[in-house]
Design a protein around this ligand. Structure first.
Ligand code: NAD
Length: 360
């Protein structure tokens, strides 16, 4: 059975970075006989322009029938005036919810060649390699009741509900333990169990699920301390698992430790490790069409896809090493350029990774 990938380029720099990622994927597919088959479809603003909706039924069907989805990015000023229901971002949220992608993987990895791009001191961040597993479909962002109401005294009151069922915690915990097993088998669960009953349950369930993963060493940390530790001594972490809102905040902090938005991939997985893989950055309309976008986050998203959905660790390792070799060869796109380096275009960077793969 071929392994199917739905490729959604999206808007802005999306098509430019996706075509470099596909170049790399096609090479490895042939070289390692991976049996992958790619099909393209429209999403976001491009889909709205063609079909009047950011998530056409044929795109959704393609995603549902695929084993993995590779996404560029969506959105841009052209579509900002549209009604919320047909904004490009709705296409993305639609795929996430239709495919029940509840486990968001946000790695923060710092290539040694780019250590100066971080705002933190080199000794604090060099060697940084951590993974945040964020619950993506529950918690306070979705909890009911929610809203803004007027009290009897006429004062307005805003309210949201942080709510997690045991089963929601259990499935994200399983996902995180399995990720930890593929890395250095250390998992830190982040909560606020001293104040929030909801995360007291979170802590209990994560601990209980841990009995099924005796090879993984579990620790717990309160979110305020975790935020502090992430900028004080981030290398103490390997895998962090946390709730939707805490993960939203902590994963952006962790991403910024690396200093370069064009370098970081991400994934959103379901219970069977089917996933959508995408760079963490947006469609960068300010540089779209100029051929200067950094394709490495998207290329590294392909590596994540091979590792987590297709269990092709060797192929994933080869991509990561090829990216490292390309950086070692001193090629840089504009966003990570520094003096003395060789400035290359989007396709120049794709070619550099491909060349490194060919000799690996
Ligand atoms: P952005 O991430 O697109 O861009 C922020 C800055 O980083 C820009 O200066 C951009 O040029 C630069 N940048 C981003 N990716 C880069 C790359 N690969 N190489 C070099 N430089 C890069 O964020 P934004 O400007 O806030 O948003 C632009 C559009 O993207 C908006 O419509 C937003 O809604 C959308 N967006 C989409 C996603 C997604 O598709 N997952 C995520 C975030 C934002």
């Amino acid at each position: 059975m071929p392994k199917k990938i739905a490729v959604l380029s999206g808007d802005g720099i999306g098509p430019e970075i996706i075509s470099e990622a596909i170049k790399v994927l096609n090479y490895l597919n042939t070289d390692m006989d991976l049996g992958l088959v790619c099909d393209q479809a429209l999403i976001g603003g491009a889909a709205y322009d063609a079909f009047g909706t950011p998530l056409p039924q044929q795109t959704l069907n393609l995603c549902k029938n695929a084993d993995a989805v590779l996404l560029g990015a969506v959105g841009g000023p052209k579509w900002e005036g549209l009604a919320h229901a047909v904004r490009p971002e709705r296409g993305l949220l639609g795929v996430r919810s239709e495919l029940a992608l509840f486990s968001n993987l946000r790695p923060a990895f710092l290539y040694p060649q780019l250590v100066d791009a971080s705002t933190l001191k080199p000794d604090v961040v060099s060697g940084l390699d951590l993974m945040i597993v964020r619950e993506l479909t529950g918690g306070i962002y979705f909890g009911e009741p929610r809203g803004i109401r007027t009290l009897e005294n006429g004062e307005k009151q805003g309210f949201n509900t942080k709510i997690y069922n045991e089963s929601e915690i259990r499935r994200i915990a399983h996902s995180a333990y399995r990720i930890a097993q593929k890395r250095s088998k250390k998992l830190c669960s982040v909560d606020k169990a001293n104040v929030l009953e909801c995360t007291e349950l979170w802590r209990n369930v994560v601990t209980e699920v841990g009995k099924e993963y005796p090879d993984v060493q579990l620790s717990h940390m309160y979110v305020d301390n975790a935020a502090m530790q992430l900028v004080r001594a981030p290398k103490q972490f390997d895998v962090i698992v946390t709730t939707n809102m805490f993960g939203d905040i902590l994963s952006d902090t962790a991403a910024m430790l690396t200093g370069s938005i064009g370098m970081l991939p991400s994934a959103a997985l379901d219970a069977n490790a089917k996933g959508m893989y995408e760079p963490i950055h947006g469609s960068a309309p300010d540089i779209a069409g100029k051929g200067i976008a950094n394709p490495l986050a998207t290329i590294l998203s392909v590596a994540m896809m091979l590792r987590y959905t297709f269990n092709e660790a060797e192929a994933a390792d080869r991509i990561q090493k090829a990216v490292n070799d390309a950086l070692d060869a001193n090629v840089r796109t504009a966003d990570i350029y520094s003096e003395g380096m060789v400035k290359v275009s989007t396709s120049g960077m794709g070619d550099a990774v491909l060349n490194a793969l060919r000799v690996s």
